[in-house]
Ligand binder design. Sequence first.
Ligand code: ATP
Length: 692
Amino acid sequence: MNIAFDSPKPVDYLSSLNERQRLAVEHGSGKVARPLLIIAGAGSGKTNTLAHRVVHLIVNGADPRRILLMTFSRRAAVEMTKRVERIASQVLGDRASVMTDGLTWAGTFHSVGARLLRDYALDIGLDPAFTIHDREDSADLMNLIRHELGLSKTESRFPAKQTCLSIYSRSVNAQAPLDEVLADDFPWCHNWVDELKKLFAAYVEAKQAQNVLDYDDLLLYWAELAKEAAFAEEIGSRFDHILVDEYQDTNRLQAAILLALKPDGSGVTVVGDDAQSIYAFRAADIRNILDFPKSFTPEAEVVTLDRNYRSTEPILAAANAVIAEAEERFTKDLWTERKSSAKPALVTVRDDTAQATYVCDAILAEREAGTRLKEQAVLFRTTHHSGSLEVELTRRNIPFVKFGGLKFLDSAHVKDVLATLRFAENPRDRVAGFRVLQLLPGVGPSFAGQVIDAMETALDPTMGLQALRAPQRVAEDWPGFVTLFDELRRKSSSWPSDLEHVRLWYEPHLERIHESAAARRGDLMQLEQIAAGYPSRERFLTDLTLDPPAASSDHAGPPHRDDDYLFLSTIHSAKGQEWKNVYVLNVVDGCIPACLGAGERKEIEEERRLLYVAMTRAKDSLHLMMPQRFYVENQVGRGDRHVYGLRSRFIPDHALQHFEQTTWPVAETKSGMGARSRASVDLRARMRGAWS
Ligand SMILES: Nc1ncnc2c1ncn2[C@@H]1O[C@H](COP(=O)(O)OP(=O)(O)OP(=O)(O)O)[C@@H](O)[C@H]1O
């Protein structure tokens, strides 16, 4: 089918782009393009450019169903598709939505992987009904096996389940041998290399027996599939264009997949900013983007976008000064035409309580002056850094939404409900089965294990369940569970009412097991709302496991759309976003960078980029906070759990000229604790004096 349009009107939709953006958008027009790398500095219009490129391809005849668009999160994919539709409607009018509806291959690497693996499951010995384990499920399964192999009872302590999973995951994603991973990243586990190998082998076997894949498998199986030339070619030939966003945060497996699908790079566009690579802890490899051009012959074309539209000149000058110290980078200094005389503020405060007070005061003052809360954000390195601030905000009735850290879907009651659905979807999924069965009063691990075994050996899992005689102590709740399972397994079960069935069944258990049942019930109602947006139970479970919403409001929209609320976010979750005013907490050594020791060179480099990402989120006003004394979690030794902070090493003396330095509170006040002069009473002398 030829779907080229008669008379594309390039001037209409490309005129808003600058020259470099336009170069990137029009690259290879009319023919299958050489690979393209767009190095897009912070705020340089990356999303805008990528969206225009997709529209441009479609307008020039590309079939949207043959475009593969891979983004870092599902939210980014949804936003990109909406933007494409908006731009396309300028050119195609009413036909735009038909075309953009055809963009069915837009999603994360993991979700695209899951979809392709279901398509090819039978060719590679997988059952297409596989379910997907999130990190917590994977850790639970790892733990189970660790226990079965007797490793949890070793004399010197064997690594904990999360550590085992991290080692396994890093080895898979970085495609690095176990020995190397242990030596580089987990040196304290090096003595356990043989046991770990045994554990991982058993873990892989268990996943296969239970027909589950974990996150890493989605990439690993896809990469292995793509190693077979025939499959690689077949999958590659499904797509004329492959576009990858946030390429700086891809790992080796993802790069291997991309290269296998398009070995000569034809039709491949990757976009990213090496200065914003912040996911090495998940095995992202900055070398992917640095080495991309040379992966092809002839080399990929590189277009650099360095004009920033977001931030004022003084903010950019400060951010440029921070990143200037980085070891290796593509990105040149960013520039802007947005003049301002206001330098970013570097604010010294006494401790995190004073920090919270200062930030709240500043936010309220800005709101008085007309800046809505939604246009302001507070960013921090790790989720517990905002504790004090959250108390202060709550005390003052300032509404906020927090991104990063514990997610809606991580809460126990939501996981209970999802596990029930997953167990119905795949009764061989033991982790889900153990969770669900033990919700019933009187069921422990041993009976749960018997039930799962009986279901597995039966001809049909439901029949296996029905044939079981439950012990007397479970008798009251057993029939209800069997009926629910039977309903959920029937072909006629309908979506999303399945979820309502589960909720109704679960409610009495919720009240028995958890405190604050009313609030939790609210979460479950919200889950039902989310479910309504998915065509099937399988899609719902897959998508939610792969890319959970960052906050409950992320998915269903904030409860009251018109409400004004402040954003609190980890720097990682602030990726890709922008606000008028940004406050960054704890810009002190020990927080940014997080490690107090010298640390590995590459880790320090990543922390520098994190600060850069935080600073470049600000449009008009930026505050970097420096509490002199801050609270630390997990402090070793006998510390009072507070340490004294020095200015972050990422703001060296010569960068200070780019900041307005202030100390708060400014002057000594009668009541202000923070301004009280130090050592006005020499208690030590008094103590000595007592004995003289
Ligand atoms: N050609 C342009 N003319 C005017 N404004 C533009 C142009 N291109 C982008 N912008 C604006 O610049 C801002 C940043 O754009 P966008 O969010 O796409 O940046 P980005 O490159 O994805 O940033 P980051 O990588 O830092 O997240 C947006 O407010 C956008 O509207």
